[in-house]
Design a binder for this molecule. Structure first.
Ligand code: PMP
Length: 354
């Protein structure tokens, strides 16, 4: 830390992104990216837009907003786009939390929530998940706090039903509930339709996972137009050009190419179910995931060791070295060949451990 660094950030522990190694080629199952390239249409539109990079991007994201509103069945002023969903999540912390509206979220969830809270000086409380890693929805009923829930949750992969989400939203009419649906396209039911009924619900999604655009950085939030206006006040005070031209064009292409999107989601779901079944055959405990990753543990090999031994075999998964998670590894679902290689390597490791 330099002697110039503001004291208000001196205790900040930043988010630790998953490894992006450059030392060798790994089968990369550690950061929940898609194994498939972006839609050819998205690529083509981004390439064409590269010729116009001398001009600022459209701060209103008009073309993208029109397309997304049609696909999602909401009005154009009920959506805001952002530089990855991380950015709009941060905007939500800035817009809807303060001393009198502290944030609450599970103890085991997306690690960025507590960083955003700390960054913005917002008081927060982490509510322990149940022993089986499920959310006890009673913990979030009548709370009068700003609630952040990843649904499905990460790194567990477990998903609440729409009915459970509605119970939480309905019981907190005077505070905001943010549902982070980064992984919703892999089997969960989106809460977007509920935004028409509840003015305190904000739903956040991303193009990073199901639309194979993690490197383009594109996310969005859907909610009542007054909430979207508030988020725009923040956006226009931070970075009005938060979505660059190529990403915006790629986003339009990705939304137009629904067949490609659906077929990729289907493949991931199939590979996930196959991987889950194979791991269970090998004696693993695997949580029932509705995402593009599975969270699994073996009695035979501790999580950290499994992570290290897979890495030595050229396969990267994610291990979280915290007490409740340390037995587990989180495995992103790749294509068929990657998952077959992962299962082969895991079998070898188990055999070597006998
Ligand atoms: N929410 C959750 C639950 C995530 O796992 C991630 C990805 N790490 C994000 C949000 C942010 O994704 P992005 O900024 O790439 O949209």
């Amino acid at each position: 830390m330099s002697r110039f660094f503001s004291e208000k950030y001196s205790a900040l522990t930043p988010y630790t992104p998953g490894e992006q190694p450059r030392d060798q080629r790994y089968i990369k199952l550690n950061t929940n990216e898609s194994p498939f390239p972006p839609s050819p249409l998205a690529q083509q539109k981004a390439r064409a837009e590269a010729e116009k990079l001398e001009l600022y991007s459209d701060p209103t994201c008009a073309a993208l907003t029109t397309q997304a509103a049609a696909v999602l069945g909401v009005a154009e002023d009920e959506i805001i786009f952002s530089n990855g969903s991380d950015e709009v999540l941060n905007f939500a912390f800035m817009a809807f939390c303060d001393e009198s509206h502290p944030a609450i979220f599970p103890d085991i969830t997306y690690g960025f929530y507590k960083v955003f809270a700390a960054l913005n000086g917002i008081p927060f409380r982490q509510i322990p998940l149940k022993e089986d890693f499920t959310v006890d929805i009673q913990d979030y009923v009548n709370q009068n706090k700003t609630i952040f829930l990843a649904n499905p949750n990460a790194p567990t992969g477990l998903c609440l039903s729409l009915g459970q989400i509605e119970t939480i939203v309905k019981s907190n009419p005077n505070s905001i509930v943010v549902i982070d649906e980064a992984y919703i396209d892999f089997g969960g039911e989106t809460a977007i339709p509920l935004t028409k009924q509840y003015d305190n619900l904000l739903v956040v999604q991303t193009f990073s996972k199901s639309r194979s655009m993690a490197g383009a950085r594109l996310g969005f939030a859907v909610g009542n137009r007054a909430l979207i206006r508030d988020l725009n006040t923040i956006k226009y005070s931070v970075n009005p050009y938060n979505v660059n031209r190529m990403t915006m064009a790629a986003g339009v292409g990705a939304l137009e190419d629904t067949d490609y999107f659906r077929s990729n989601c289907q493949k991931i779901i199939q590979n996930r179910d196959w991987t889950t079944a194979e791991l269970r055959k090998l004696g693993f405990t695997v949580l029932d995931s509705l995402t593009n990753f599975v969270f699994a543990k073996s009695e035979a090999v501790p999580g950290k060791q499994l992570y290290e031994r897979l890495k030595a075999k050229g396969i990267l998964v994610r291990h979280f070295d915290t007490p409740r998670l340390t037995d587990y590894v989180r495995i992103t679902i790749g294509d068929e060949a990657q998952m077959a290689a992962f299962i082969r390597a895991t079998k070898e490791i188990l055999e070597e451990s006998l």
